[in-house]
Design a protein around this ligand. Structure first.
Ligand code: SAM
Length: 200
């Protein structure tokens, strides 16, 4: 099995879990739009859940959420917030087949090394039920690099993302839109939001 993670990036989240949890702010506009696509009580896998704000919102709406994160310390922050166990799961450890109506991966697959992203997307495609929805966001750019906090980013273009998703499996729709936002490193960045539906 290949290991689709960057050790320095995970070390950052391990060492700064509480600070990241205190900083993270969630407006839920995109999450609400995603949830509107799903049936009531749908099964949702959250990858890279961080401090658990999005899982908390989904649970409050009555969805059957599985919150996960690759950093045990971040998972502990989320567990504290959610009042339930949160599994430590690295993206490349996802082995589920056709279990989820939705996969939510906000601002986390942007840390997957470029040559490993396709494999992770294939795992997510397999984990979705036919017709299931999947959202992920990335920092846009022209190739991999690190921020001033030493976190790795795959910095994709929209065209590069379309190729990787296209190779990962069959989708009945693939939409990408962009906006500007400022991350934990305080630097404004272009964010690419990718929403896809697995072919039925
Ligand atoms: N989704 C959360 C949010 O929107 O606040 C957290 C985003 S934070 C920028 C990225 C998260 O991805 C961190 O919690 C980190 O531990 C997790 N992460 C990084 N690499 C990962 C990997 N290979 N597998 C699973 N989680 C990973």
């Amino acid at each position: 099995m290949t290991t689709a993670f960057d050790a320095d990036t995970l070390a950052f989240y391990q060492g700064n879990a509480a600070d990241y949890a205190a900083w993270s702010k969630h407006r839920h506009v995109r999450l609400n739009a995603f949830l509107e696509r799903l049936p009531a009580g749908a099964a949702i896998l959250e990858l890279g859940c961080g401090a658990g704000a999005d899982s908390a919102h989904m649970i409050a709406q009555g969805f059957a959420v599985r919150p996960t994160d690759g950093s045990p310390q971040m998972a502990a922050q989320a567990a504290q917030r959610l009042g339930r166990e949160v599994e430590t799961l690295l993206f490349h450890q996802l082995d589920d087949i056709a279990l989820y109506d939705g996969v939510w991966a906000n601002a986390c697959l942007l840390h997957v090394p470029r040559d490993e992203l396709g494999g992770v997307l294939t795992r997510i495609w397999r984990a979705l039920k036919p017709g299931g929805w999947f959202y992920a966001s990335y920092k846009g750019g022209e190739g991999e690099g690190r921020d001033k906090l030493a976190r790795y980013y795959n910095y994709p273009t929209e065209a590069w993302l379309r190729e990787r998703y296209g190779e990962a499996g069959a989708w009945s729709s693939l939409a990408i839109d962009a906006n500007q936002d400022t991350g934990f490193d305080n630097k404004p960045a272009e964010i690419l939001h990718v929403t896809v539906q697995k072919a039925a």
